[in-house]
Ligand binder design. Structure first.
Ligand code: SAH
Length: 345
């Protein structure tokens, strides 16, 4: 049995053809699922009984179960803990903005990148999510909100470019007119810097926003907090970003999580500005979310403000991430981890 959410329209058309059904049926089924949020084949009233029977014999509609919903007191943020078909847990975050609803999705169960400040990676990677499992996070999110989700960020647990093919398929489907029709400019994919994949992504020539988790201005510093820095240098990352910018004419976002006494000094800010000064980019400063398993502390408000003004004084476009949901463990991987631990006790 296959999860029908893993299929593109063309793949479902092919299945219809192989099963002696009209190919137009594929679009009908897709629309039932993605536009009308109908998650049972029986409820698809314009589909013949015999096709429903065949569909049920071959496919299931793989929605995860909602285990918990945590609602933040501070803002319109909800963190959801989801159980996949095989019992694995993932998390997603729903955020309400004036311009619409946004979701932060996970792309893997756990992560193997080993960033020192991140909770997702503490127990390593369990497995990749399929494209349909990533899409199902949005379907469940829309069900919970009772509203359309118009923005997607791939910034939950997992490294999207370590699950490249499934992530690209996910993007193809959510972007498609027959499905959720979420515009490429409303999708952001974040990577810790897998250089060959950044180039491969650039070659796809999309309008998707590329975000790079930089977090340090030098390789030496970066290696202290991100093991991936031993594999790819900052120069290689920036070269691949230039390649992306040339291909797509799109601004790249650099994420920089500020950690007290690690990467938040004035010198850090000046060196970062020097590194990025000629680039079409935007810097997103993220006050680090403290995780109990490590000793990294958040920089003070004053330090964050100073860091921001130094970057600005060098003409770098910068924003400080509005903090949402810090009271509900909204940082990557924190929720799944705390849930698993509470079950172990
Ligand atoms: N693996 C991808 C996407 C996931 S995380 C990546 O590395 O880009 C989204 C962002 O949150 C990344 O920039 C990540 O480094 C950062 N992050 C992870 N844990 C954090 C924490 N505890 N505090 C602040 N930022 C964190």
């Amino acid at each position: 049995m296959d999860n029908i959410l893993n299929l593109t329209l063309d793949e479902l058309k092919l299945w219809m053809k192989d099963n002696n059904e009209g190919q137009f049926r594929a679009k009908q089924i897709m629309e039932w699922i993605y536009k009308k949020h109908t998650f049972e084949f029986e409820a698809m009233t314009n589909v013949s009984k015999s096709l429903i029977f065949k569909l049920k014999d071959n496919f299931y509609i793989g929605l995860p179960q909602v285990k918990e919903i945590y609602v933040s007191k501070n803002d319109d943020t909800k963190k959801i803990l989801l159980e996949l078909n095989d019992g694995n847990l993932i998390e997603a975050v729903l955020m309400k903005y004036k311009h619409g609803n946004s979701i932060c999705v996970s792309t893997q169960v756990g992560c193997r990148m080993g960033c020192k400040f991140c909770a997702s990676t503490l127990n390593g990677m369990v497995r990749n999510l399929s494209s349909g499992e990533i899409i199902s996070e949005i379907l469940i999110g829309e069900k919970i909100l009772g509203e359309r989700i118009s923005n997607v960020v791939l910034m939950g647990s997992g490294e999207p470019f370590d699950n490249f093919d499934n992530v690209m398929k996910f993007i193809e489907v959510v972007n498609a007119e027959y499905s959720l029709n979420i515009g490429q400019r409303h999708i952001t994919v974040s990577t810790c810097g897998l250089v060959p994949k950044i180039k491969e992504f650039a070659d796809k020539n999309t309008q998707i926003t590329l975000a790079i988790s930089l977090h340090a201005f030098s390789d030496e510093k970066r290696k202290q907090i991100m093991p991936i820095a031993n594999k790819y240098s900052i120069k290689e990352i920036l070269d691949s970003c230039d390649y992306y910018i040339n291909k797509t004419k799109r601004r790249v976002t650099f994420e920089y999580s500020l950690v007290k006494d690690v990467n938040d000094s004035k010198e850090d800010a000046k060196s970062l500005a020097g590194l990025l000064k000629n680039m079409l980019c935007h810097v997103n400063l993220i006050p680090v979310n403290e995780v109990v398993e490590n000793s990294f502390k958040r920089s003070s408000k004053k330090t964050i403000d100073e860091f921001e003004s130094i970057l600005k004084s060098y003409g770098i476009e910068v924003t400080v991430r509005r903090e949402m949901g810090t009271d509900i463990n909204a940082a990557c991987g924190q929720l799944r981890r705390s849930y698993i631990e509470s079950q172990d006790k």
